[in-house]
Design a protein around this ligand. Sequence first.
Ligand code: GLY
Length: 364
Amino acid sequence: MQTTTVDLGSRSYEILIGENLLDDAAEYILPFLKRKKTVIITDENVAKHQLPRLERSLKGSDISFDTVIVPAGEATKSFTQFESLLEQLITMRLERSDTIIAFGGGVVGDLVGFVASVYLRGINFIQIPTSLLAQVDSSVGGKTGINSRQGKNLVGTFHQPQRVIIDVTSLDTLDHRHLIAGYAEIVKYGLINDPEFFGWLEQNGEALVGGNRNIQIDAIQKSCAAKASIVADDEKEAGVRALLNLGHTFGHALEAENGYNDNLYHGEAVAMGCILAFQLSYKMGLCTEQDVERVEAHFKKLMVKDISEYSFSIDNLLHNMMTDKKMAGGKLTFVLVRGIGHAFLSDAVDMNDVRAVLGDATGR
Ligand code: GLY
């Protein structure tokens, strides 16, 4: 098992990464329970494939638990589910000293973290992420939230978990497209500030998405350590944490234009967004054509979806960007690059360049 710490003073916590940790989950959860009462919140898919392992482990200890199952999919990050979960917890008489277990992918982690942050003004929760995207990104760092009709993650809080428990064997029941989508967030860490890691991924990415356990564990550990370091420096995204949004300004615009449906997963939109961020940086004379080609080649080799398959309206994409929550003082902050592993923040982007890059990428 590998361990990484998110260093936030008295709110620091460990991320445990290994094989079959789910079967011993009670052992890793127990030290954090003030009272041995928990509620597992998960989704239908994870309930079908992985929940029996977690429940067996809790039953084998003296931890009592209730289980709540929400529908799978992005639509679950809603006010309706948020309210329903809170009402259910109140009905269960969950107390301040009890603990919620967020067991699932990014949707479950974000929604349940938000619920935990406001229930009785905030109670403890443990993240057990089961998708690659949640394991390398959303379960770490305490961002929680739901979507509004007007956009993704527009309502939420920062609420750090007590521990993150990552079992790579839960990736075995994840469908291949979801696995690949999560992989994009791993590549992102190399592109932000670790060119060696990107080089390692060029060598090992195929084996990772092909199911090589040791490579998966190494990549998840490296990603969590990268995220932990950024979060420790800037928990509330006043500065450097915004680098983690590489590919996301474009990506969120693509997702919004696609209507947040399963024809384009978040990680796929991030992969497209990273390529667009490199293309924009090249257009602005910031990085080389070779950098763009390397990034494009790596994603195109592994990703299932390509931007050229979609018929996005450039005007709508630009409109979506201008309504993004990363707007400040009427200006949009982009994550740009001076090369692979050299990302930086800029609010000095000419939207005509953005339009041109989108036009080239989508053939419009
Ligand atoms: N997913 C970006 C962040 O947690 O800041």
